[in-house]
Design a protein around this ligand. Structure first.
Ligand code: HT7
Ligand code: ZN
Length: 890
């Protein structure tokens, strides 16, 4: 397959003004009549019309009501004899497709007994022939016809304008979308569904109907999704002045979905995982994810749907911006400054453990990529999470109000259009002409064009005699595929200085008349810049990159004592957490590099353990923050710091550190449990979920310690907790503690859990994931994963189930996956190939599990390459998987 290049973009040769779609829905053979009004684009030289289509059976083509000649070239329908001139003309295309054979879950497919669509990025062409590209925006009218008993509910985008009965037990519904949209935002749903409904009145005084559609038995699980939707609507009005532009806004849940959710105009389609929740079946993390994904999809209504992408290279225009918006929404919902910091830490953890490796691996690409083979492979953490960081930097460089003004200008300029990432930055800069963003605009845009994670090195020099502190910042960025040399980035570095006793020092830069507060942002835009602070009465401890003000790797030669000072006193909660992580990282990396045995050893020095105890017992810090500080850096993050990775050594060292924290803080964990486990009525708010998180960690540590001490008290208590827990968060934490410690009670608990929840697919996903993700002991996870593949509840065709078992093992359990006998890799290759036969999108995601193979030590390195090569050797691979493995082997 050939690559599509960003610079090859050409405007479409035709515009489609309106589309009338008629569906006769039938799982085996759905008939689609597509009646379009088109006109030539006067700005483009006259040429044939080339419409995209995939796996369609073409029955008839009419132009202006009369038959016409046409050609099929590959996946395109080519029409050469169209009316000349710029007058609109009518084109009708009759096709059929087979939704029940659509295992890719792209286009029109059947899940259970219900029809769903997924059109982003290029699924609409699997429904009808079309100019399936985001810059062609048309008005849609949709007529749905189906058997009334089987498909009582018929939904599409916009407003329901007409519905009624037809002969032979059939019925119809006609929908009209009042807004123009690109084809990727089209949706239909048909089946036996029920809705939770809510009428709302916006601040502007308009009435709207909100609906959350689910299978009949799931209605009781939709309250949180509806509350999240109402909160998102109110938030977008308040924060950005953006209100709902539809009379009706619908969310529909399906259990067969390739991703999280989809922002189709007025008819969002969601993975059930991000809709359904009760306290008995969903964890605090599930509740938080639902709020965030419901928010994300709703926010797309403006950032994505009203203003969309000119081409798919601009994907981050909508995704980076919308992730930024959902992150801000979640922070605002969390409330307190501390809860906001917790959310920021969680977001940065995702960035560092998933995006930084991507940016350093074979799939590294800029936030605005230059080429792709399969666009579905570019729905990545770089486009989403790094893209959000790039928007966040703009927000911070122009300030909150400046950003709001920039957004206003963006919509004034581009509402109803398909635009580029450049258009977005330009609007933010133009609304803030005096800002550092506008001043360094050209250089700032490199965040969109250059891949790779920049490294910033900080070097401080204190001059006691002159009472100055000189900070030198240098930046560099490693080569990435196709980009050997990088130009400097514009890097906002938020910072403060602490005195030796932890007090915040006033900041006055050389040349300034007076100190300007205790925190400021330096804008590093050259390869090396020096800043001198004056009136500094003592050698300071710098607190750099506060709040993670830029997506970079910060290198600073802190002493242990300085890190302990930051951990104890930094006024910036993010950097306080960061100091603890840096200390743990330093200790872990030293242990990994040494050959010393670590099991049962005291690898963590007393000062570190004492600092952790201080945090755990701290009277003012929030429980959620404590839980983050007391959690060691992940194996993936540790591995990223190494030139050559022995994954078993990384696993062994991290487990030893965990065991030591469990042992030496035993009394403190018991205290933490006693203080935090009592639960009143369940509420998924930040404060109570923080308490549950800390109690859960305490239980896990107490059970882990019991493993070596032989204690039976805590495992017994944990089993009891598991049985009597009043909510899923507490129940799963207790089950996880037993499973994680490999305790004998884990098996009966797992059996009981399955028995209790066997009819709830999302809970059974947790049951599979817990077993696939558990700590490996002597290679025991893979055999149990293989046994679970044969469990009657397992089904590789269901993406949630595949993710819960196969991905949890291959992508989220490095200690178990990287076996020295290569059996993990053999299993992985088998599953990639098996998935690729029916769902290439999901297969290609699994194929990313060995992206970082070239840094593995032997024997893992050779074994990994062999497994990738085995996949690559398969002749009829999908483009999706082919692109991933080709890049991995390049
Ligand atoms: N914009 C949506 C992306 C999406 C998607 C992409 C490819 C294949 C299937 C998909 N389902 C959803 C989701 C979002 O970012 O909001
Ligand atoms: Zn999105």
């Amino acid at each position: 397959a050939t690559a599509t290049q960003r610079l090859d973009y050409q405007a479409p040769a035709f515009w489609i003004d309106s589309v009338e779609l008629t569906f006769d829905l039938d799982p085996a053979k759905t008939r689609v009549l597509n009646k379009m009004r088109l006109r030539r684009n006067p700005d483009v030289a006259p040429q044939p019309l080339r419409l995209d289509g995939e796996e369609l059976n073409l029955a008839r083509v009419l132009v202006g009501g009369a038959g016409t000649s046409f050609k099929i070239e590959g996946d395109q329908l080519v029409l050469e004899n169209l009316p000349e001139g710029n007058e609109p003309f009518e084109l009708e295309i009759f096709t059929t497709c087979a939704p029940n054979k659509n295992t890719q879950l792209s286009g029109l497919y059947v899940s259970g007994d219900t029809f769903f669509t997924q059109c982003e990025a290029q699924g609409f062409r699997r429904i009808t022939y079309f100019l399936d590209r985001p810059d062609v925006m048309a008005s849609y009218q949709v007529l749905l016809r189906a058997d009334k008993a089987q498909y009582p509910v018929l939904l599409s985008n916009g407003n329901l304008v007409e519905s009624g009965d037809l002969p032979d037990g059939r019925h119809f519904a006609r929908w009209q979308d009042p807004h123009k949209k690109p084809s990727y935002l089209f949706a239909l749903v048909a089946g036996k569904l029920v809705a939770r409904e809510q009428q709302i009145t916006s601040r502007a005084g308009h009435k709207h109907l909100l609906q959350v559609w689910v299978r009949p038995g799931d209605l009781g699980k939709t309250e949180h999704a509806m509350n999240s939707l109402m909160a998102a609507i109110a938030w977008d009005e308040t924060r950005f002045g953006l209100s709902l532009d539809l009379e009706r806004f619908m969310i529909v849940a399906t259990s067969d979905f390739n991703m999280g959710a989809m922002e189709n105009k007025g008819l969002n389609i969601f993975n059930t995982k991000y809709v359904l929740a009760t306290e008995a079946t969903a964890t605090d993390a599930d509740f938080a994810n639902i709020e965030s994904v419901v928010g994300h999809e709703y926010f797309h209504n403006w950032t994505g749907d009203r203003v969309t992408c000119r081409d798919w290279f601009q994907l981050s225009l909508k995704e980076g911006l919308t992730v930024f918006r959902d992150q801000e929404f979640s922070q605002d919902m969390a409330g307190s400054p501390s809860a906001r910091a917790v959310k920021r830490i969680e977001d940065v953890r995702v960035l560092r453990t998933a995006q930084f490796p991507e940016d350093a691996g074979p799939m590294a690409h800029p936030v605005r990529p230059d080429s792709y083979v399969e666009i579905n492979n570019f729905y990545t953490v770089t486009i989403y999470e790094k893209g959000a960081e790039v928007v966040r930097m703009q927000h911070n460089l122009v300030g909150r109000d400046g950003f709001a003004n920039g957004m206003k200008l963006y919509f004034e300029r581009h509402d109803g259009h398909a635009v580029t990432c450049d258009d977005f930055v330009q609007a933010i800069a133009d609304a803030n002409p005096a800002s550092p963003l506008a001043q360094h605009l050209g250089a700032f845009k490199r965040w969109y064009s250059q891949a790779g994670t920049p490294r910033v090195h900080a070097q401080g020099q204190y001059d006691a005699a002159a009472q100055t502190y000189t900070l030198t910042l240098t930046q560099s960025c490693p080569a990435t595929p196709g980009q050997p040399d990088k130009q400097p980035f514009v890097i906002p570095v938020a910072l403060g200085l602490l005195g030796q006793d932890g007090r915040a020092l006033a900041l006055q830069l050389e040349g300034e008349d007076a100190a300007a507060g205790h925190e400021r942002t330096l804008v590093l835009h050259e390869a090396r810049q020096t800043y001198t602070f004056t009136h500094v009465a003592e050698a300071p401890v710098p607190s750099l990159l506060r709040g993670f003000s830029a997506p970079v790797i910060l290198e600073c030669d802190y002493s242990d004592a300085e890190l302990l000072t930051l951990l104890a006193h930094d006024g910036d909660a993010f950097n306080r957490w960061e100091a603890g992580q840096r200390l743990a990282l330093r200790i872990a990396l030293a242990a990994i590099a040494s050959d010393a045995p670590v099991a049962q050893a005291a690898v963590l020095p007393p000062a570190f353990v004492a600092a952790m105890r201080d945090v755990l017992r701290h009277p003012q810090l929030d429980a959620a923050f404590k839980e983050l500080v007391l959690t060691l850096p992940s194996e993936t993050y540790l591995a990223e710091q190494l030139q050559t990775v022995d994954p078993q050594r990384v696993h062994e060292v991290r487990e030893a550190l965990r065991a030591q924290l469990a042992r030496e803080l035993h009394a403190d964990w018991a205290w933490a449990w006693e203080q935090h486990h009592a639960s009143g009525a369940y509420r998924p708010d930040a404060a109570s979920s923080g308490r549950r998180a800390l109690a859960g960690l305490a239980l896990a540590m107490l059970c882990l310690d019991a493993r070596t001490s032989g204690d039976t008290l805590w495992p017994g208590k944990t089993y009891q907790r598991f049985k009597t827990a009043a909510n899923m968060t507490d129940r799963l934490a207790a089950l996880g503690a037993l499973v994680g410690a490999g305790h004998a009670l884990a098996q009966p608990a797992l059996e009981r859990f399955h028995q209790l929840f066997k009819d709830d697919a999302l809970v059974i996903d947790k049951w599979f994931a817990l077993q696939a993700g558990r700590v490996d002991r002597g290679g025991d996870v893979l055999p149990s994963v293989k046994a679970l593949m044969k469990h009657p509840d397992f089904n590789l065709k269901n993406p949630n189930r595949a993710r819960s078992l196969v991905f949890s093992y291959c992508s989220a359990n490095p200690g178990a996956f990287h076996r020295s006998d290569a059996a993990g890799y053999v299993f992985w290759a088998d599953q990639v190939l098996a998935l690729d036969a029916f769902n290439p999108q999901v297969a290609a995601r699994l194929a990313r599990a060995l992206d970082r193979w070239s840094r593995l030590a032997e024997p893992w390195r050779s074994a990994a390459r062999e497994a990738i090569a085995r996949i690559a050797a398969k002749a009829d691979l999908s483009n999706d998987v082919r692109e991933v493995v080709t890049r991995a082997l390049a």
